[in-house]
Design a protein around this ligand. Structure first.
Ligand SMILES: Cc1cc2nc3c(=O)[nH]c(=O)nc-3n(C[C@H](O)[C@H](O)[C@H](O)COP(=O)(O)O)c2cc1C
Length: 392
């Protein structure tokens, strides 16, 4: 397949290839979509201050995050990739390994942690606060035995119910009734259908990482119900969970400075400033606006990452300039996967790498370590420091 030039082009191909409901599940966003739009829109508001001479011929973008050496400041975010591609998260993990970066694996993923960890030595297993404490520990023990090297605890999901543009219909299981219902949609996407038919697997919409491997995997919605029924955690619970994992541990979904400080107190190694890609509380500002205050407050104590709205290498450059140690990407890799499987994800990673390199060159830097806010044009009123005491 020919080279995909930008993430926007990968998105167009994904839209063309995927059945409508699968594509809309990737777009998602909640309620009015304000956060979804601001995640990308805020990046577009930032500009650059380029330099024209004294450039280095070699530019260094390798870094270390969550105890892992990675070839550029990009990690693949955990996403439930149900039904995008028959190889799903295994293809994503292979692409990440081929490009020397770490990959998050969702506990709602369609492939088992054992299969995915066999495809990449740098798997960060993502969990939710779901089920009993014993079940949560069992999930982490299983991930460690499989070879996962870190934990991502995602805390920002708010069980939002509606989207003004309509929610995709996802069947509980792919039984005959569901196939008849979704068949006409799928028939309009013969390449997608062919890929699944060739692999002999229909997307079974199960979540094989939620229960121990010797138990029957719940359906995606079964697991979702278990999660919804779980009492949300207090900070003491999070400190307890963190202590059960011997290794790097990230909280994903922090927006506020006060929460970031509590995360430090809970003993985590990293946080990701994230709003779940605009899928949690709509009205939360774009992540890049909230990042600098968080990075200033805790960046010298723990690793601060950002995820949300990354669509090009220059977005990565902007995030690093404003204090992120690395970024994580969600939809960009899913669109690559939909467009061309493992090769499509590799293509997207190459787009980002080339964009970071071009950004460093244009700014006259030899390393991502040289990036700072002075490289950017930042409009007045751009920042949104959240959770900073406003009364004293
Ligand atoms: C389809 C989809 C599924 C997702 N599933 C998960 C998940 O299972 N666990 C999780 O922590 N985050 C999940 N996320 C959030 C991503 O990890 C990430 O925070 C978000 O996609 C970043 O925004 P971006 O898509 O603009 O890069 C999901 C996002 C999307 C779009």
């Amino acid at each position: 397949m020919k080279w995909i030039e930008t993430v926007a082009e990968a998105q167009r191909l994904a839209k063309k290839r995927l059945p409508k409901s699968v594509y809309s599940a990737l777009i998602a966003g909640s309620e009015r979509g304000t956060t979804l739009e601001d995640n990308t829109g805020a990046f577009a508001e930032l500009g650059f201050q380029p330099r024209v001479a004294g450039h280095s011929a070699k530019r260094d973008m390798a870094t270390r995050v969550m105890g892992q050496d990675i070839s550029m400041p990009v990690i693949i975010s955990p996403t439930g990739v149900q039904a995008v591609d028959p190889d799903g998260e295994v293809a994503v993990a292979r692409a990440a390994a081929a490009r020397g970066i770490a990959v998050g694996l969702s506990s709602f993923a369609s492939k088992s942690v054992e299969e995915v960890a066999a495809a990449s030595p740098q798997v960060l297993f993502q969990i939710y606060w779901l089920g009993s404490k014993d079940e949560m520990v069992a999930r982490m023990v299983r991930a460690k035995a499989a070879g996962a090297v870190g934990i991502i605890l995602t805390l920002d999901w708010s069980f939002s119910y509606g989207r003004d543009w309509g929610s995709p219909q996802i069947p509980e299981t792919m039984n005959l009734a569901a196939m008849l219902k979704f068949g006409p949609e799928a028939a309009l996407r013969p390449k997608w259908l062919y890929k699944f038919a060739k692999s002999g697997k229909i997307p079974d919409l199960k979540a094989p990482n939620v229960l121990p491997s010797d138990q029957v995997a719940p359906t995606f919605f079964g697991a979702y119900g278990m999660w919804q029924a779980t009492e949300p955690p207090a900070w003491e619970d999070i400190a307890w969970l963190r202590a059960q994992w011997d290794g790097p541990f990230m909280i994903k979904g922090v927006s506020r400075v006060d929460d970031a400080k509590k995360a430090v107190d809970a003993g985590v190694s990293a946080i990701s400033v994230s709003n779940h890609g605009g899928n949690n509380l709509d009205g939360t500002p774009g992540v890049i606006r909230a990042l600098p205050a968080v990075a200033d407050a805790v960046g010298d104590q723990i690793e601060v990452l950002l995820d949300g709205g990354i669509r090009r290498g220059s977005d990565v450059v902007k995030a690093v300039a404003l204090g992120a140690r690395a970024v994580m990407i969600g939809r960009a890799s899913l669109w690559g996967l939909a467009a061309n499987g493992q090769a499509g994800v590799e293509n997207v990673l190459d787009i980002l790498r080339m964009g970071i390199d071009s950004g460093l060159l244009g700014l006259g830097h030899s390393s991502i370590a040289d990036l700072s806010p002075d490289d950017l044009v930042i409009p007045d009123g751009f920042y949104r420091p959240l959770g900073v005491t406003q009364h004293s």
